[in-house]
Write a protein that binds this ligand. Structure first.
Ligand code: G3H
Ligand code: 13P
Ligand code: ZN
Length: 328
C-alpha cells in the first residue's frame, strides 16, 4: 500500500529505526528493492530524481510504482521526489502519485549556486503549504551537501560546486535548523554533515573531521521531533569495488559512509537514509563480471538477473542494519 513519508517516519521514530531511501530509474531496481523488502518484512521508500523522471518518463515510473504495489501488497511503499528544484517539479510529482517530495532549496535552481536562507525557507515553505493541502509530505534541506575534505569541490560525477565553500556552509547550523523547521513546517529535514553524492566521498576511512556525526547528535537534541535525513549515504563497499575493478571497471581508491556511522545516526534521530550509488555499483559490478566471463552472451537478462540479485543483497543488508526489517 502507498503511504506518505510522514506516516512512515513517524512509525520509524516511534520504534527507533531508520529507512533507506533507494533511488529508482528502472524495473530491475524496483523488483530488486521490493524482493529485499519482502524477504525482510521492511517498509520502503522509492525515490525518483528529476533525472530518473526524464529517463523513464513520468507515465512509465507511475505505472511501475503501481505494478510494484500490486505485486507486493503487504509492503508499505512511500514514493518520493528526490531533490526537487522548483515548485513545479514538486507539484507534478504529486500529480503523478508521489506521496512525498523533497524541495531542495539549499541550491538555487541552477543546481550549483548555494542559496541564501531567505530563498530556501521561502520556496520550501511554499511547497510545504501546497503539498500539505493534498496530503503529501515534504523534505527540506538546510546546509550544502559536500565534502569537508575539498570544500565541496567538484566531485567526479559532476555533483559539487565550482570553487570551494566555507566549512560553515557545509555543516547545518542547529539554531538555523530550528528556525527553518518552524518556518517551513517540513516533515523531514536533510542536513549537511560532510557527506556528498556519488562514489568519491572520502579519500580515507572517514573520521569526525570529515564526517560530522556529532553534529547529528546536536541537531537531534535541538530538534527532537524532526525526522533527520542523511543524503550521500552510500557505503561504497570495498567488496563491490573489487568486483567492479576485477572485471574491467576503473574506480580509484575511495571510501563511503560506514554502515556503523549511519546506525549511530539512527540512534540520534536519522530516519531516512538516501542510497543510490551502492545499488549502481553493485549492479554494474555484477553486470560487468558476467559480461567479462561470457563474451558471446547477448541476452541482457543473463546480465540483469545477477545484477538484480546483487542489488537485493545490498538492500537486505541495509534493511537489517538500519532496523527497518520486521516493520512492514
Ligand atoms: O541526487 C543524486 C541521486 O543519486 C540521483 O542521481 O540525478 O543522476 O538520477 P541522478
Ligand atoms: P549516494 O550517492 O551516496 O548514494 O547518495 C544518494 C542521494 O543522496 C540521493 O539523494
Ligand atoms: Zn541527495
Amino acid at each position: 500500500a502507498r503511504i506518505t513519508l510522514r506516516q512512515l517516519l513517524d512509525d520509524a521514530a516511534e520504534h527507533s529505526y531508520g529507512v533507506p531511501a533507494f533511488n529508482i530509474n528502472n524495473m530491475e531496481q524496483g523488483l530488486a528493492i521490493l524482493e529485499a523488502a519482502r524477504a525482510t518484512d521492511a517498509p520502503v521508500i522509492l525515490q525518483a530524481s528529476r533525472g530518473a523522471r526524464s529517463y523513464a518518463g513520468d507515465i512509465m515510473l507511475a505505472k511501475m510504482m503501481e505494478a510494484l504495489e500490486v505485486m507486493y501488497p503487504e509492503i508499505p511503499i512511500c514514493i518520493h521526489q528526490d531533490h526537487g528544484d522548483t515548485v513545479a517539479t514538486c507539484l507534478s510529482a504529486i500529480q503523478n502519485g508521489f506521496t512525498s517530495v523533497m524541495m531542495d532549496g539549499s541550491l538555487e535552481a541552477d543546481g550549483k549556486t548555494p542559496a541564501d536562507y531567505t530563498y530556501n525557507a521561502g520556496i520550501t515553505g511554499e511547497v510545504s503549504r501546497l503539498a500539505h493541502m493534498v496530503g503529501a509530505s515534504v523534505e527540506g534541506e538546510l546546509g550544502c551537501l559536500g565534502s569537508l575534505e575539498t570544500g565541496g569541490g567538484e566531485a567526479e560525477d559532476g555533483h559539487g560546486f565550482e570553487g570551494t565553500l566555507d566549512r560553515a556552509m557545509l555543516l547545518t547550523d542547529p539554531d538555523e535548523a530550528a528556525r527553518f523547521v518552524a518556518e517551513t513546517q517540513v516533515d523531514a529535514l536533510a542536513v549537511a554533515i560532510g557527506t556528498s553524492h556519488g562514489a568519491y566521498k572520502f579519500s580515507k576511512r572517514p573520521d569526525g573531521e570529515v564526517l560530522a556525526m556529532d553534529l547529528i547528535e546536536r541537531l537531534h537534541a535541538k530538534l527532537p521531533d524532526t525526522h533527520l535525513v542523511m543524503h550521500g549515504s552510500s557505503s561504497v563497499p570495498e567488496e563491490w569495488q573489487a568486483v567492479f575493478n576485477a572485471s574491467g571497471g576503473e574506480m580509484r581508491e575511495t571510501y563511503g559512509v560506514p554502515v556503523e556511522e549511519i546506525v549511530r545516526g539512527i540512534r540520534h534521530g536519522v530516519r531516512k537514509v538516501n542510497i543510490d550509488t551502492d545499488l549502481r555499483l553493485a549492479s554494474t559490478a555484477e553486470f560487468r563480471r558476467v559480461a567479462q566471463g561470457s563474451k558471446s552472451e547477448f541476452d541482457p537478462r543473463k546480465f540483469l538477473k545477477p545484477a538484480m540479485t546483487a542489488m537485493t543483497k545490498v538492500c537486505t543488508e541495509r534493511f537489517e542494519a538500519f532496523g527497518t526489517a520486521g516493520n512492514a
